[in-house]
Write a protein that binds this ligand. Structure first.
Ligand code: PMP
Length: 362
């Protein structure tokens, strides 16, 4: 596939879109900066004046660090306000309203459908299939529906939120191959750090219609900093950058993210991920044997999807002790399910105290 073909998937009216030219995007050199209508003085609350100037549109030091972390080049990576922003950007740039469809695999993270609706993009739903091994993506149905329904974007969530299942790299390759020249396949790896499977970033050199989402919100514990990454072909990244807000990454957030990617912080993050995995196994084991629990799905994320005889009762019993979990019952396939985030050992004990004591049993 040549370099221009992924751009042929972008909305026709945007292919030559110039975007906004921001004060920080030029190659100008100077020591008196009077081109952005910034204040000449620092705010008293910011005595160092570190927030006085507009930030770099794509902070290069952070971009390089994130690229090294995820195994791509800086040119393949776009930093956004969480991966949420990347999802929105992709839908807006690729889907001609009223025509180009977005394919999702419910039950799944709701933002894909929200962004599709905002863009008036038709939504194609290929439900996960429940089996002994879990709630899994139906690869043949995804390919067939994407082709017949004219999908421009296919969202594959792996590990899947809330199901916890992952999609094999060979299956991701099958989808990308089948949809070459027709759709961009977005692999959402928001929970990738907790999974056994390697990242789909390794496939990017072979499929320019593939994009990968990563975030610092989960394993790196920086949800409030809103630092997400979209990794894709450089020409798509450049185009999406032109569609993005002028200064999407606040300077205090990029500084925090850079600090979080120092070796010592990464070592701590890796230890926490290992602890979450151990706690996930402990919780799963204990919940499987709890009264009123019908099924605990194996999970590659930092959460467990649990079916109950009476999910409302379990939800209320937890809430009565101050433990808030995610009610999944709005999803048609999950009328009896709750999603429970794996917390600290003490937090998980609180969950188990309620659920193993039979307070959720119907
Ligand atoms: N993808 C998935 C699967 C998620 O569950 C979430 C958040 N819950 C996101 C993306 C968005 O994460 P963020 O915008 O914080 O990067």
């Amino acid at each position: 596939m040549n370099a221009s073909s992924v751009l042929s998937l972008v909305r026709e009216d945007l292919r030559a879109f110039a975007g906004y030219s921001s004060a920080r995007s030029s190659a100008l050199v100077g020591d008196v900066w009077l081109n952005a209508n910034e204040s000449a003085w620092a705010n008293p609350a910011d005595p160092q004046g570190s927030a006085r100037r507009y930030p770099e549109p794509q902070p290069e030091a952070l971009r390089a660090r994130l690229a090294a972390l995820y195994g791509c080049t800086p040119e393949q990576l776009l930093i956004g306000r969480g991966s949420d922003e990347a999802i929105d950007l992709l839908v807006r740039a690729l889907c001609e309203p009223g025509r180009d469809a977005v394919l999702v695999t419910p039950p799944v993270f709701g933002m894909y459908a929200v962004c599709a609706r905002l863009q008036n993009a038709p939504l194609l739903e290929v439900p996960l299939v429940d089996s002994d091994t879990g709630l899994n993506a139906d690869i043949d149905a995804i390919i067939a529906t994407a082709l017949s329904g004219k999908a421009k974007l296919v969202f594959l969530c792996t590990p899947s939120n809330p199901a916890g299942s992952s999609i094999a790299l060979s299956d991701i390759e099958r989808v990308a191959t089948a949809l070459r020249g027709r759709a961009v396949v977005v692999v959402d790896e928001a929970y990738g750090e907790y999974a056994e499977q390697p990242s789909a970033v390794t496939l990017l050199d072979r499929y320019d219609n593939l994009a990968v989402l990563r975030t610092l919100s989960k394993a790196h514990a920086l949800a409030a900093a809103r630092i997400g990454s979209l990794i894709a072909a450089p020409e798509l990244i450049q185009l999406l950058r032109r569609c993005q807000a002028p200064y999407p990454v606040p300077a205090p957030c990029s500084a925090l993210a850079l600090a979080a990617l120092e070796p010592a912080a990464l070592t701590t993050t890796a230890a926490r991920v290992a602890e979450v995995k151990a706690e996930r196994a402990r919780l799963q084991q204990a919940l499987q044997n709890a009264p009123g629990v019908r099924r605990v799905y194996a999970s590659q994320g930092n959460y467990l999807l649990v079916r109950f005889n009476d999910a409302q009762r379990a939800f209320d019993a937890l809430l009565a002790t101050g433990v808030v979990v995610r009610d999944q019952r709005a999803a048609p396939q999950l009328g009896d399910a709750l999603r429970i985030t794996v917390g600290s050992p003490a937090e998980n004990d609180r969950v188990l105290q309620v659920l193993t004591a039979g307070r959720a049993a119907a």
